[in-house]
Design a binder for this molecule. Structure first.
Ligand SMILES: *[C@@H]1O[C@H](CO)[C@@H](O)[C@H](O)[C@H]1NC(C)=O
Ligand SMILES: *[C@@H]1O[C@H](CO)[C@@H](O)[C@H](O)[C@H]1NC(C)=O
Ligand SMILES: *[C@@H]1O[C@H](CO)[C@@H](O)[C@H](O)[C@H]1NC(C)=O
Ligand SMILES: *[C@@H]1O[C@H](CO)[C@@H](O)[C@H](O)[C@H]1NC(C)=O
Ligand SMILES: *[C@@H]1O[C@H](CO)[C@@H](O)[C@H](O)[C@H]1NC(C)=O
Ligand SMILES: *[C@@H]1O[C@H](CO)[C@@H](O)[C@H](O)[C@H]1NC(C)=O
Ligand SMILES: *[C@@H]1O[C@H](CO)[C@@H](O)[C@H](O)[C@H]1NC(C)=O
Ligand SMILES: *[C@@H]1O[C@H](CO)[C@@H](O)[C@H](O)[C@H]1NC(C)=O
Ligand SMILES: *[C@@H]1O[C@H](CO)[C@@H](O)[C@H](O)[C@H]1NC(C)=O
Ligand SMILES: *[C@@H]1O[C@H](CO)[C@@H](O)[C@H](O)[C@H]1NC(C)=O
Ligand SMILES: *[C@@H]1O[C@H](CO)[C@@H](O)[C@H](O)[C@H]1NC(C)=O
Ligand SMILES: [Cu+2]
Length: 575
């Protein structure tokens, strides 16, 4: 009582209370320690056993579960024969770019027998992310879910689901994926397409030798189940659906969304989507299924369907083998159903008004697409097996990205080391042309380079990502490391600055780390460069990043420690 009669006393106790409360919430935040051993493990799929690179012998790798605000300490030991790094896909890594993972961008690879401990804190992100190798094509099998639960003591902006299940969509080769990439690098042709799509590592009932291992997802009548869907496929955007049920979409890329219902979702590689399903159908077995969304022309793709089974606990037991009724099969969109893909994309909204920069300091226009290199004079025909004796390539603004080999870009930047990269990545394409039209062959060959684009701390950035029809138009999942961005508009054809700005949503655009740039179209994204470091932006189709569809933003330090990159960890691998 006395306290409230003396305002200074009240202020003192209030201060003490706030101090204790903040200490307590810090005390609630946990640090999770994990050991990842990258190793070769025999894995049997599609009737054959392959020595496969895994983490801890698991395929897919371990699911990490944390709360928003927690820290992760993951010691990675490389017991495999390849260089490796691990990327924490979508984690913002505020001031901890050294833990981001892409090889030769933020670190040199962890060599065979080497170790590196990734240390970082999750700040202001809730939902589904994932981790994967970021070296060569190792992520074909080196990946797992990273689930971020709400901050301790808070909850979801929707009723708490009874169960949660990560659904990792993947691709499987009846070969060593590293050999597939090496072969493509040697021949200049497109790499072999995968032999199967997978759900949690299993192809499912529609493939040979797979049905006994088909993944079962349990559900009970009346309960709500959260599916944390991740497209971990190497090269393929995928449709995902479930027989006789609707999805309620509630999040993507670890940001919440205004809930809406749909029967099918589309995810480009790198993207995640959280969906609720309700056990409101007669107790039985229903297929969950994924198949390709393929938007390129005159190219091969995997035209198969992976399945898992949504099984009601009270479903009648399957009778003897061969006698059970098969699960209900959903109808999937056609492989080229761009209307369904873009309708889904257009449905995504943040739950509330978000802070999107309205003034822009850096107005960037990036063309993204493929190209063909003429056969170099010292190459023979077996090395130029791309279309008409060429080699495939890819670029942003006509620069085909080349990784450095003797330093990481971040290390070179931090040490002021010259000769590793140049800072002249162009803000605009060198030529403007009809990007989505019939592009003259004289424009098809980009220039290789290790070029970065510098951003001042705090600059407000807009990027128009414009697909080109060079070789073929295609939907490109463009992923930015270290940031979430707002996707403020998307459309088809060439972006027109005179009238397409009318479509900008500066109120409740979705926040994502990967944008599926529409085939023969464009996406406009915005973000504030408030995280210093070297941040890769690239197509998440690994075949395209291998050809050079990437660039790096170098975000400078701001003022003081809280706006500056931390010092590199002592065990940071060097080249
Ligand atoms: C790619 O496919 C071709 C044709 O099926 C096959 O001969 C070749 O061995 C495959 N390459 C790899 C690395 O599996
Ligand atoms: C299953 O095997 C048969 C015979 O080898 C083959 O013709 C068929 O294409 C295979 N199916 C799948 C989905 O791989
Ligand atoms: C995909 O496979 C189905 C048969 O499973 C076939 O009818 C269809 O023509 C194929 N489509 C393409 C584009 O290859
Ligand atoms: C999709 O491909 C089929 C051939 O498999 C073709 O008949 C159809 O016109 C295509 N649809 C679109 C929208 O391109
Ligand atoms: C082409 O060149 C490569 C690398 O120099 C060599 O290994 C290969 O044998 C050559 N192939 C032919 C057909 O000459
Ligand atoms: C390859 O050459 C043929 C014949 O000249 C032409 O029709 C085709 O468009 C060319 N393809 C590419 C990808 O350049
Ligand atoms: C690093 O390698 C590049 C070429 O890859 C070379 O130009 C540069 O001089 C090298 N820098 C150092 C410090 O060795
Ligand atoms: C594209 O332009 C070239 C000339 O630059 C022309 O030969 C070709 O016929 C055109 N193709 C189409 C589909 O218009
Ligand atoms: C890319 O640069 C090369 C070399 O300057 C040039 O030949 C080509 O036309 C350029 N293409 C585009 C799309 O700017
Ligand atoms: C935008 O303007 C261009 C010409 O500048 C025109 O071709 C296009 O149809 C316009 N689009 C809309 C939606 O008005
Ligand atoms: C592994 O990375 C180192 C640089 O750290 C490089 O020199 C070496 O060639 C790489 N090894 C392989 C097999 O790529
Ligand atoms: Cu791409």
């Amino acid at each position: 009582m006395e306290v409230f009669e003396k305002p200074w006393c009240f202020m003192f106790f209030l201060g003490l209370f706030l101090l204790l409360a903040s200490k307590m919430s810090l005390a609630n935040a946990k640090t999770h320690f994990h050991d990842f051993v990258v190793q070769e493990t025999p894995v049997k799929r599609l009737c054959k056993t392959h020595n496969t690179i895994t983490v801890n012998g698991m395929f897919p790798g371990p699911t990490l579960e944390v709360n928003n605000g927690d820290s992760l300490v993951v010691k990675v030991t490389n017991k495999a024969q390849y260089n490796v790094t691990i990327h924490w896909h979508g984690i913002r890594q505020m001031r901890t770019a050294w833990a981001d993972g892409p090889e030769f961008v933020t670190q040199c690879p962890i060599r065979p027998e080497g170790t590196y401990t990734y240390r970082f804190t999750i700040r202001g992100q809730e939902g589904t992310l994932w981790w994967h190798a970021h070296s060569s094509w190792l992520r074909a099998t080196v990946y797992g879910a990273l689930i971020i639960h709400p901050t301790q003591g808070s909850s979801y902006p929707f009723p708490v689901p009874k169960r949660q299940t990560p659904i990792l969509l993947g691709e499987w080769w009846n070969a060593n994926p590293i050999d597939v990439l090496r072969e493509a690098t040697r021949t200049g042709a497109a790499p072999n397409v995968s032999d199967a799509y997978t759900i949690n590592g299993q192809p499912g009932d529609l493939y040979n030798c797979s049905s006994t291992d088909t993944v079962i997802v349990p559900i009970d009548s009346g309960e709500t189940h959260l599916l944390q869907v991740i497209n971990a496929a190497l090269n393929q955007p995928l449709f995902f659906t479930v027989a006789n049920h609707q999805f309620t979409v509630v999040g993507a890329d670890a940001s919440y969304l205004k809930p809406f219902t749909t029967s099918v979702i589309m995810l480009g590689p790198g993207q995640t989507t959280d969906v609720l399903i309700n056990g409101n159908q007669p107790p039985a077995r229903y297929y969950l299924a994924a198949s390709a969304y393929f938007s390129a022309q005159n190219a091969a793709f995997g035209n198969t369907t992976t399945t898992a089974i949504l099984e009601y606990k009270s479903a009648p037991c399957p009778a003897k083998k061969g006698q059970s009724t098969p699960p209900f099969m959903p109808r999937l969109p056609a492989f080229n159903d761009t209307n369904t893909a873009s309708a889904f994309s257009a449905s995504l909204r943040s739950p509330e008004k978000v802070s999107v920069p309205t003034e822009i300091d850096e107005n960037l226009f990036f063309t993204v697409g493929l190209g063909l290199n003429k056969c170099p004079p010292n190459f023979n025909s077996s090395q130029c097996q791309g279309p008409n004796g060429t080699r495939f390539t890819s670029s942003i603004n006509n620069v085909s990205f080349v990784l450095p080999q003797n330093f990481s870009i971040l290390q070179a930047h931090q040490q002021g080391m010259p000769g590793v990269f140049t800072t002249d990545f162009p803000a605009n394409p060198p030529l403007s042309f009809d990007y989505t039209g019939n592009v003259s062959r004289s424009l098809w060959q980009p220039v290789p380079g290790t070029k970065v684009y510098k951003l001042k701390y705090g600059s407000r950035v807009q990027i128009v990502l414009q697909d080109t029809s060079i070789v073929t138009p295609e939907n490109h999942p463009i992923h930015l490391h270290g940031y979430d961005f707002s996707i403020i508009a998307e459309g088809f054809g060439n972006f027109n600055p005179n009238n397409d700005t009318a479509k900008f949503n500066l109120v409740d655009p979705p926040q994502r780390n990967t944008a599926s740039v529409p085939v023969n179209g464009w996406s406009v994204i915005r973000f504030v460069a408030d995280n210093p470091g070297a941040w890769l932006m690239h197509c998440h189709l690994d075949v395209h990043i291998s050809w050079g569809l990437a660039m790096v933003f170098l975000v400078e330090n701001g003022v003081g420690e809280v706006q500056s990159l931390a010092l590199p960890p002592e065990d940071l691998p060097i080249c």
